[in-house]
Write a protein that binds this ligand. Structure first.
Ligand SMILES: Nc1ncnc2c1ncn2[C@@H]1O[C@H](COP(=O)(O)OP(=O)(O)OP(=O)(O)O)[C@@H](O)[C@H]1O
Length: 326
C-alpha cells in the first residue's frame, strides 16, 4: 500500500444471498484517517458490506480492497482491523477483565491505560461474568475494545444499542478526543444520525443494497434546506433552480418544501425573493432520501423538478404533514 492508497476501495461489488442482492454493484472509497458514517435503513446492506470488508464474507462479484489488498483470509490486512458489533460472542466464563487482558494479543496498538479510564467512564464491572452484564454494559465492553485497540481501521456496527444517553455521549467525546490525538480510519454504522452528525467527516448512505449518497459531511450539511413562502413563489423558485423536492406541505396559500441541491447562489436568490430558508438536519435529509413520506420511487418521480413538471402533479405527489417546517 502506498501513502495515497485509500484504506477502503470497493468497485462494482455485488453480494447475493440466493436470489436476493444485499449489495448491488456498489463502488466507494473511504478516505484514510477519517470518520465515516455508514448509514441506511434496516436491511439496507451495511452489515453485509462490513462483513465483506472485514473478510468474514466473500463478494459474489466485484472487488473490495482494504489497505490495497483483498481482506478475506489475509492476516496482513485483518491484523489492522477492529470490528465491533453488538452481537459479539465471548467464551462462557469470560469477564470484562479477561476481554481487556487478551485484547493486546490481537491489537498491537492496545492502550491499557486508556481502556482502564474507559472502564471507569462507563462504570463497567470488570469482575462480573459477561453473561450477567446488562445490555448497556455489554455494549460498553465492545466500545472500549474498539476505542482502546486504536486499530488503523475500526468498524463500529451499531455498537451502542444498549447504552444510555450519558454513556453514548461519553463514547462520542472519547472517540473524538482520541481520534484527534491518534488519527485513524473509523467507519461507524448507526441509526442515531443526529447524534453522530457532528462527528462525521464523510457520509455513505446505502438503501436497498445501493449507494445513494457518498459525500463529505460538510457538503451534505449545507446542501438541503427548507423553503417557506407563498405557494406560487416557492414552486417557481424550485423550478427555476431545478431543485430536487424531497418533501412538501401546504397550508392556506403557503407552501413549505424540503429541497436538495442548494448552494450559495440559490440561498441568496431565496432571500432576495422573500422566501424563508430553514435548516435541515443530516437525519432529515437521509430520512427523506431513503423513503420517509415521499417513498423511494415517488421521490425520484417528483425530482428533479423539470420545467415540464405541472404544479398539480407536483402537489399530488408531494403532499405531506411532516417535515420542512418543523
Ligand atoms: N446470511 C444471510 N442470508 C440471507 N440473507 C441475508 C444474510 N445476511 C443478510 N441478509 C439480508 O441482506 C440484507 C442486508 O442485510 P444487512 O444485515 O447487511 O442490513 P443492515 O443495513 O446492516 O441492517 P440493520 O440496520 O437492520 O442492521 C437484508 O435483507 C438481510 O435480510
Amino acid at each position: 500500500m502506498t501513502d495515497t492508497t485509500p484504506v477502503i476501495e470497493v468497485r462494482d461489488l455485488t453480494k447475493r444471498f440466493g436470489s436476493m442482492a444485499a449489495l448491488e454493484q456498489i463502488s466507494l472509497t473511504i478516505p484514510t484517517d477519517s470518520i465515516t458514517g455508514l448509514l441506511g435503513r434496516n436491511g439496507a446492506g451495511k452489515t453485509t458490506l462490513m462483513h465483506v470488508l472485514t473478510g468474514q464474507d466473500f463478494p459474489t462479484s466485484g472487488d473490495a480492497r482494504v489497505f490495497g489488498q483483498t481482506p478475506a483470509e489475509n492476516a496482513a490486512v485483518l491484523q489492522h482491523i477492529a470490528f465491533i458489533k453488538e452481537s459479539q460472542k465471548y467464551p462462557d466464563d469470560f469477564k470484562p477483565k479477561h476481554v481487556f487482558r487478551t485484547a493486546p494479543w490481537f491489537f498491537e496498538n492496545w492502550d491499557a491505560d486508556f481502556a482502564a479510564q474507559l472502564v471507569d467512564d462507563f462504570r463497567l464491572p470488570l469482575n462480573r461474568r459477561i453473561k450477567k452484564l446488562s445490555r448497556g454494559q455489554l455494549s460498553a465492553v465492545g466500545v472500549i475494545v474498539g476505542l482502546a485497540s486504536r486499530a488503523p481501521l475500526t468498524f463500529f456496527d451499531e455498537p451502542y444499542l444498549g447504552l444510555d444517553a450519558v454513556a453514548r455521549q461519553i463514547f462520542y467525546d472519547r472517540l473524538l478526543a482520541d481520534y484527534a490525538e491518534f488519527p485513524r480510519t473509523i467507519v461507524l454504522s448507526t441509526h442515531l444520525i443526529d447524534e453522530v452528525a457532528n462527528l462525521l467527516e464523510h457520509v455513505v448512505v446505502i438503501d436497498q443494497g445501493r449507494i445513494i449518497l457518498d459525500a463529505p459531511a460538510d457538503e451534505l450539511r449545507g446542501r438541503a434546506a427548507g423553503i417557506v413562502g407563498a405557494q406560487a413563489d416557492v414552486d417557481a423558485f424550485a423550478t427555476r433552480h431545478r431543485l430536487e423536492v424531497l418533501q412538501r406541505e401546504e397550508l392556506g396559500g403557503t407552501a413549505s418544501v424540503l429541497v436538495d441541491g442548494i448552494d450559495e447562489v440559490v440561498r441568496l436568490d431565496a432571500l432576495n425573493s422573500g422566501l424563508q430558508l430553514t435548516p435541515v438536519s443530516l437525519q432529515q435529509l437521509i430520512v427523506r432520501r431513503t423513503g420517509g413520506t415521499l417513498g423511494g420511487a415517488d421521490a425520484t418521480a417528483a425530482a428533479p423538478l423539470e420545467g415540464g413538471a405541472t404544479r398539480a402533479g407536483f402537489r399530488a405527489r408531494t403532499r405531506s404533514r411532516e417535515g420542512a417546517s418543523r
